[in-house]
Design a protein around this ligand. Structure first.
Ligand code: CP
Ligand code: NVA
Length: 298
């Protein structure tokens, strides 16, 4: 039973195959007459809506479930919840605070599990990100991706996906908010190295992609003020974008906080591809589900 909890659940060959399926105009109706459970412990705009539409496009019925309604390990155990849901649905996708919940769900092995964002990763976002870059550049092998800000869930999955496709990965952010050695070892296992910089300008210099995420992720709200201080030198603004390659694009997973991690001029400017990127969430979800529910289980 294959699940999709992080990008390295796919080989490079499978990742390329998923991208091809994201681009395919007439996807097979792999969910015809079936359903998919979408469980959310945290809020969502893009992930919920793109997944619901992808399930619909594959002939299936998406059911949104609030995390507190099923109550992981509160109302009943994670294992009992997923055992129940697997009786109704072809797959269970979940956005959780603790990544271990997803691992426990996958271990039950009654249906494929999809990570819709956890404290560790956001692989569905990363698929949409590389899809956006493949559409922009054709091939991202050798392109330079500079991530500025918090080395958190979004960056971990993005570095893996873009790095597996041959992009050079650079990171600039405060030393306390960088990838751990464990993260780096996991990236190294799929041939990905992250070059770290103290200054955003040095990471962005000559890059083809500039990417940032919020400074304070969902669940970290009590750290808001200390994070604002720690990240104040890492706002992506026009002068930083000028250090990038002339063909550079700006990406952000969204939601964005204009005036914090990015200025209005950049995110709403001509180099920004954030709306293509957010639309690509739907195409990426459709491609991944198509693969996971067919070839992925063979
Ligand atoms: N980028 C992303 O995952 O957005 P949502 O939190 O709105 O789903
Ligand atoms: N890092 C952010 C991403 C939101 C899509 C968070 O976890 O809140």
């Amino acid at each position: 039973m294959r699940s999709f909890l992080e990008v390295d659940d796919l080989t490079v060959e499978e990742l390329n195959r998923v991208i091809d399926l994201c681009l395919a105009p007439n996807p097979p109706k792999v969910l015809q007459g079936e359903g998919a459970a979408l469980v959310f412990e945290k809020p969502s705009n893009r992930t919920r809506n793109s997944m619901e539409m992808a399930v619909h496009q594959l002939g299936g019925h998406p059911v949104y479930i609030r995390g507190e309604e099923v109550g992981f390990d509160k109302r009943e155990s994670v294992e009992d919840i997923v055992s129940t849901l697997s009786g109704y649905y072809k797959c269970v996708a979940a956005r959780v605070f603790d990544h271990k919940i997803l691992e426990r769900m996958a271990k039950v092995e009654l249906c494929p599990i999809v990570n819709l964002l956890s404290d560790e990763g956001h692989p569905m976002q990363a698929l949409a990100d590389v899809l956006t870059l493949v559409k922009e550049f054709g091939d991202i092998n050798g392109k330079i991706l500079a991530f500025v800000g918090d080395g958190n869930n979004v960056f971990r999955s993005l570095a893996m996906a873009a790095g597996m496709l041959g992009a050079e990965i650079r990171f600039a952010g405060p030393s306390y908010y960088r990838l751990s050695d464990i993260d780096k070892d996991r990236l190294a296992a799929v041939g990905v190295e992250v070059n770290e910089f103290d200054f955003a300008q040095d990471a962005i210099d000559g890059s083809n992609v500039v990417y940032t995420d919020v400074w304070t992720s969902m669940g970290q709200e009590s750290e808001l003020e200390e994070r604002k201080k720690a990240f104040e030198a890492f706002t992506v603004d026009m002068s930083l974008m000028e250090a990038a390659s002339p063909d550079a694009v700006f990406l952000h997973c969204l939601p964005a906080h204009r005036g914090e991690e990015v200025t209005e001029e950049v995110i709403d400017g001509p180099k920004s591809r954030v709306w293509d990127q957010s639309e690509n969430r739907m195409h990426a979800s459709r491609g991944l589900l198509t693969w996971l529910l067919s070839e992925g289980q063979q």
